[in-house]
Ligand binder design. Sequence first.
Ligand code: NAP
Ligand code: MG
Length: 488
Amino acid sequence: MLTGTNLVTTNYIGGQWKRPGSSEEIDLISPVNGEQVGKVRLSNEEDVDQAAHAAKRAWPGWKTMPGPERGALLQKTADLLSGQEGRDIAEITAKEMGKRYSDAYGEVVRGAEILHYFAQDAWRSVGEVLPSITSGKLFYSKRFPVGIIGVISPWNFPISIPIWKMAPALAYGNTIVFKPATITSFTGMKLVEIFEKAGFPKGVINFVTGSGSITGRAIAKHPAIQAITFTGSTSVGQQLAKLAVEHRKKFQLELGGKNPTIVLDDANVSKATNLIVASAMKQTGQRCTATSRVYVQSGIYDEFKKHVLNNVKAIKVGNNFDENVDMSSLSSENALKSVLGYIKKGIEEGATLLYGGHQLTHGNFAKGCFVQPTVFEHVTQQMTIAREEIFGPVLAMIKIKSYEEGLALANDTEYGLSASIFTNDIAKALDFIENSEAGLVQVNSETGGTELQAPFGGVKASGYGAKEQGQAAKEFFTTLKTSSMISL
Ligand code: NAP
Ligand code: MG
């Protein structure tokens, strides 16, 4: 359904599908086969202004609609996603950014569950009644919506991340201006179309496509927008933080990671390896929580290495609509260049390439952005591949003598998104949970893979502000008002 040069993105403002004011367009090229998927129109500041004003006009009606009625619209959206609409959006995502269709559909399933969760939450408590030091006083704090929320999202989970931001924002009575990552603009557009089909009132959800530097910045600066929820790279997050402070906006940032796993001598090595290799290579290594550094204790290092090699050799790279394929392309030509650049740096800085390391260019791979699953050993902590987020299927192996050394090296990073340890030693497992500097810490699991009812978000350079998802989402998307009443 989605292919061809005649397909052009359209904004959605105040309930109308509208061309952006600017006539600037960029070509969207499939990273799987190099074909043109369509064109993305780049919105300007005037488009963002219209979207923000439409959201502002819709807010009084939306915030006073009873929570259960707002929840019913979220549930309708979940129901639509569970049918043909869900299969359609997964197909669009796979075509745009090269993710396996099955992974894109996984996002649809998760998205529907998130919508269901917040549809129910719209029925629940909006505050608490407190005891007062004055007799007879009704004393309470109540949650109110924040207002107009700017949603800026990345391309790597283009269905589930916008949903996990928009579902709580809407459930608690906020209206939205949403800008997707440019390379997943059609996914964003389809998602908004599904919300529209569910029957949301005009202006509650507004959508603008365009570059981060113009459209994204305009959202961050717009005076009618009270809060920004952002997921993306640490460098862009830092720029947004400055703008948000300057323009007095509430903000929440979910940023990059460099996630470590420790494997101790007493671990179940074969099961640990299966999980670690899958974590590093799943979705072509383009998950913010992917394992990218593995610290392996010397007693099991050789055995671990043997299992890693067996596992990576078995990874089938290929077309993302083929159900038998384990790994698809990277998301774009830029991503390919960046990942190949890191691999080159790893070799130049003295790491040993244990497996992979090359772009795939033969046969059907010729026009796509495919790279082999790649593993380095003899990596040292100072090397670029041990320090920077690669965002590709590259795993760095580092030998450690002890748990204490592993913990120190795992924490020796500017990032703090997720971390894990494989061990059956309960004391070390507990110590790791206590002392690991990450927002998500798992024992005998990979670094990724959380659940929607749990708070999610990183520390250090991986995140800032209130956590997302579960009950934690309330903190960002509502504001508390304390009130009292007494009869005199
Ligand atoms: P990105 O380049 O930072 O872009 C994220 C979003 O910000 C896109 O919509 C982008 O628009 C926009 N943007 C870019 N420059 C901007 C600016 N100056 N002002 C305002 N908005 C701007 O990140 P990405 O490459 O899409 O995604 C990959 C990154 O996201 C990785 O670092 C990954 O770790 C992180 N991530 C984190 C989490 C988490 O929960 N912690 C989850 C997923 C991904 P354009 O597309 O138009 O540039
Ligand atoms: Mg980017």
